[in-house]
Design a protein around this ligand. Structure first.
Ligand code: ASP
Length: 345
């Protein structure tokens, strides 16, 4: 296992905390000039990799990211796919799990690493976590085994953990360890060594990359809570053009069995709405057969999201709706593990 000689990595800076430094005169945070990357991070010279960069203009705080930005990012990677061995995407941490999940679905036959990273403190600050996150992401994106990339998938690297992108959630707003992958093992653990867990990393298939760029944002998320009103549920379900709903339920996929609730969902399903059941819990998944309160949902045609995260559920739905039109095909794809985002027992 080693880093291939003279590999080349494209760093794509989309925005976010990691790319900020303090202006020496005014003290305000401003985006970092990636053309001076080796001056800012001299340690990069020690990695036997050529690093080039592509900067979004303007750079975007990730709270402002939307599907059009995901399409642009996918296009940038597609345009440069043959010229680089891997990609490091610098992105704000707030919606990184959404962008990275979306890209994992959009890329079919991805055979090169696309490693997302960011930081809680800007690169230009003394205690920044960005320096280590950045340098290690480059190492991971460049790592090969017999000239084959070790991580040929979309992943997030943050604070010593490499995670499958569509399994991640941002779970902490201030710890350096900001991300977790509650339902899928780490792809690599990073300490003195980078220990790749090959069994959990997708295998390359050597087919040609295809980007399925369709994304349909006619989806909604409904988080249930005790005491929710009928008005609230009806308002969400009557959203104009709504095609699919991610229903965030309790525990293993349970919800109120009150008549008004079940009947409202049932009516929407018979009008063609797709409802995907995901758990509000951070770990574990949906098993609607376990309790009567889950069974009631299954009986009216709510689909199981298994152990998918809300981030992956939203982006998977946008992706499937954006590229398919037949209801049965949409449902079948939803229940299929397409990029390692769900665990089917
Ligand atoms: N608000 C920032 C963003 O997500 C936070 C960060 O970069 O971590 O763009």
């Amino acid at each position: 296992m080693n880093s291939k000689n003279h590999s080349s990595i494209l760093v794509i800076y989309t925005g976010g905390t990691i790319g900020m430094i303090k202006d020496q005169h005014s003290g305000v945070l401003k985006p970092f000039n990636f053309d001076n990357i080796y001056e800012q991070l001299p340690a990069l010279k020690l990695i036997d990799t050529k690093i080039e960069n592509y900067c979004f203009n303007p750079v975007i705080d990730s709270s402002d990211m939307n599907p059009a930005h995901w399409q642009k990012l996918a296009q940038v990677i597609l345009d440069h796919y043959e010229s680089y061995d891997g990609f490091v995407v610098l992105h704000g941490s707030d919606t990184m799990a959404y962008t990275a999940s979306a890209l994992s679905f959009m890329f079919e036959n991805l055979n090169k690493p696309v490693i997302f990273t960011g930081s809680q403190l800007p690169l230009g600050m003394i205690r920044t976590d960005g320096r280590e996150n950045f340098i290690t992401s480059i190492e991971i994106a460049a790592a090969t085994d017999d000239d084959t990339p070790i991580v040929p998938e979309v992943a997030i690297y943050f604070e010593n953990q490499l995670m499958r992108a569509n399994r991640t959630i941002k779970y902490n707003a201030e710890h350096f360890e900001a991300f977790r992958s509650p339902n899928y093992p780490l792809l690599a653990e990073i300490g003195v060594y980078i220990k790749y867990r090959h069994n959990y990393i997708k295998n390359p298939n050597f087919k040609k990359l295809r980007v399925k760029s369709g994304l349909d944002n006619n989806v909604a998320v409904l988080k249930i809570f005790p005491g929710m009103s009928e008005h609230y549920v009806s308002a969400v379900l009557s959203t104009k053009n709504l095609k699919a709903l991610v229903l965030e339920t309790y525990g293993s996929g349970n919800a109120s069995t009150e008549n008004w609730f079940i009947n409202t969902l049932k009516r929407s399903i018979s009008n063609g709405l797709i409802i995907l059941n995901v758990t509000q819990c951070q770990g574990g998944g949906v098993e609607m057969e376990k309790y009567q309160t889950g069974m009631a949902l299954k009986e009216i045609g709510v689909l199981s999201g298994y152990d998918i995260t809300t981030e992956a559920a939203v982006t998977k739905l946008m992706h499937i709706l954006g590229n398919n039109s037949l209801p049965e095909e949409i449902k079948t794809k939803l229940l299929t593990n397409i990029r390692g985002e769900i665990t089917l027992k």
